[in-house]
Design a protein around this ligand. Sequence first.
Ligand SMILES: Cc1ncc(COP(=O)(O)O)c(C=O)c1O
Length: 420
Amino acid sequence: MSEASATTTAPAGTRPRDPAAHDTPWWQRDDLTYREGRLHLGTADLDALARKVETPAYVLRAPRVVDNLTRLGRALDGTGLGYRIYYAIKANRTPQLLSHLAAQGMCGADICSPNELMHTLASGFREEDISFTAGSLSPADMAVLARFDGININLDSLTALRRIGELCPGREVGIRINPDVGIGYTGNDLLQYSGEEATKFGIYLDRLPEAIEIARTAGLKITRIHFHAGSGYLDRELIQFARVLEASLAFVDQLPDLTEVNIGGGLGLPHKADDKPLDLDRWASAVAAAYGGRGLSVAVEPGDFLVKDAGVLLTRVTYSERRKDVEFLGLDAGFNLAMEPAFYGLPCEPVAAVPRPGAPRSYTVAGNVNEALDKWAEDHAMPPPEEGDVIALINAGGYAASMRSDHCMRGDVREVLLLD
Ligand SMILES: Cc1ncc(COP(=O)(O)O)c(C=O)c1O
């Protein structure tokens, strides 16, 4: 963890100063900032909120999600292409958030299981605003999907295409393709869904003729291709992004009924001090360059980009204690509540809600689950907190609550949605 992310503090005996006024933390923005030494998300004072709702608690700020949607929409406006945004609800399926987004009408929903379908419909999304893409579907899954003829289904294998042909002959469908080129947050191959080795996602170019033949036999019309080549990509990956789009054109050229290309999600956001945010205008230019002038519209289905930086996980310090030459700081929340730091090395940086005076010290920040990998940060510089202090784990709005487990029976955690 970078030293540059340390918060600065007041000289001993004085009131904490605004870190923003001195050494701006990399993650700080207008709606996630210190005011009079207290961390705020929107108008919420996170220390005060933690003491009201108890910790651990997921807190998500809906207006930030809407801002992220607006920024993405503006960039897509600039492409001159028709477009749709589907929010990938696997990133955060909190019912209050989904109802809020359905009411705003700014996006549809990307889903990947029958239960997500029911959940999304119950939250107020209409069938035609739902895009379904998933793999390894059972006959029972397919039977559920077949009952909803308004949803936009993308079949990710020849087998699934054949089965939908049997259940719904004549239907307009999408196919998930595998562009054979991957992309993802630098340094983490686990986030790449395509690339050198064969992956389980989608139909490769060499089998496209078979897909076309299956569709022809069942009277299915392939009007859409879909791909999701990986997650977490940023500015430095945009050249690779253009390669992924380029690879998709070999499929486009063979499908005369195509009206839409769904380019998946994967848009990333900074997780560390040296991550540069994705330049949305450059990103949109790449999309326009690939698909402009072909009579196609695009769909995009981001998860993380919309919700991750809108949420924090509020925790409290349980102890501070030296073991050998390492100072450990314990929190009342374990990796089971936000798995990405342990699984993918995408940190949720610990940030003091009310930093105490004192020179920063270096900590290993650990959780309360009995697993050795249960660490939030190592060599993490922060002003020495005391037992009971509130620590916000930032970037916990995506793939935290939705992926949590009940390991050690520590998964039952309150969720709070902020509306301002
Ligand atoms: C098919 C598909 N679409 C969209 C997403 C959302 O990805 P992200 O949250 O990285 O934008 C995923 C994530 O796994 C996915 O598998």
